[in-house]
Ligand binder design. Structure first.
Ligand SMILES: Cc1ncc(C[n+]2csc(CCOP(=O)(O)OP(=O)(O)O)c2C)c(N)n1
Ligand code: SF4
Ligand SMILES: [Mg+2]
Length: 261
């Protein structure tokens, strides 16, 4: 078997194998999140009715990854765009993919209102603690003391607040049918499971579904491979608790996730 055939077999079926190579930096977490999403879509067999929306930011580099109907929107506006598509045709599975700058800063009103209105869509938000595409400015998720382009002496929580707890907020303002979780690229199989459950929740018509994913941006963190992995595995989970936060009618599943991490 040729190398190309081997690579093709390892890819989610809903990925475009004829596309050009991806443009993420080496070590970027976006590719892992998208791969987990691709496998979840494959497992559910929803390729023909899934609509993928990506934001401004490094998430937009995914615009030609999938053999799915895809739309790329203005910064932070993917949630209302996917909401509109889902409302126009409720049989579709709407997926809004964005960064923490797009979802928690520039488009935070859209996330809040979609969650409060219980829109039947799935939002996936990649938390890499800063604005990746524009060179690493502070985001709502930046850690206390973390140096960024706009916090050269480290984020001071007295002046700019503490890391934003997105899934916890969505869980608090959403209705009982919402599914809310925080995954990490450090645990790929768990992430795939969370994404699949978020899509299943939408398919069942239960309510809003939201998954934040802890991810890596070694380029702007200025970290080598070891430092990057340490951030993902040990530092970020101190501020962002990984696990399922809200699961409609399934407290047992919630417990199970906590046990196997
Ligand atoms: C309304 C608007 N404001 C600002 C920008 C500039 N801009 C482009 S990408 C970006 C940061 C994206 O950061 P994030 O959403 O966290 O995604 P990441 O690149 O980190 O994955 C910004 C501020 C823009 N394109 N549109
Ligand atoms: S800048 Fe950061 S988020 Fe963007 S592609 Fe590079 S590593 Fe990924
Ligand atoms: Mg970001």
């Amino acid at each position: 078997m040729s190398l190309a055939q081997t690579i093709e077999l390892a890819m989610p079926r809903c990925w475009r194998v004829d596309t050009k190579p991806h443009k993420f930096c080496p070590g970027c977490g976006h590719g892992l999140v998208l791969k987990a999403l691709g496998y979840a879509i494959d497992e559910l067999g929803i390729q023909d009715r899934a609509v993928f929306g990506c934001d401004i930011g490094c998430s937009l580099l995914s615009w030609d990854f999938f053999n799915l109907d895809t739309i790329q929107t203005h910064h932070g506006r993917t949630t209302p765009v996917i909401t509109g598509i889902k409302r126009a045709n409720p049989k579709l599975i709407g997926i809004a993919y964005m960064g923490d700058g797009g979802g928690y800063a520039i488009g935070s009103q859209h996330l809040v209102n979609a969650a409060a209105r219980d829109e039947k869509i799935t939002v996936i938000l990649v938390n890499n603690t800063q604005y990746g595409m524009t060179g690493g400015q502070m985001a709502p998720t930046t850690l206390p003391g973390q140096k960024t382009e706009t916090t050269p002496y480290g984020r001071d929580p007295e002046k700019t607040g503490f890391p934003f707890q997105g899934p916890e907020m969505v869980a608090a303002i959403s209705r009982a049918g919402a599914y809310v979780a925080r995954g990490t690229v450090a645990n790929f199989r768990q992430l795939q499971r969370f994404l699949k459950r978020a899509l299943e929740n939408q398919m069942a018509g239960n309510g809003f579904s939201f998954v934040e994913v802890i991810s890596a941006c070694p380029t702007n963190w200025r970290t080598n491979a070891e430092e990057t992995w340490n951030m993902i595995e040990h530092v970020l989970p101190q501020y962002f608790k990984v696990g399922e936060i809200k699961v409609p009618g399934a407290p047992a599943a919630q417990e199970g996730e906590k046990k196997d991490g």
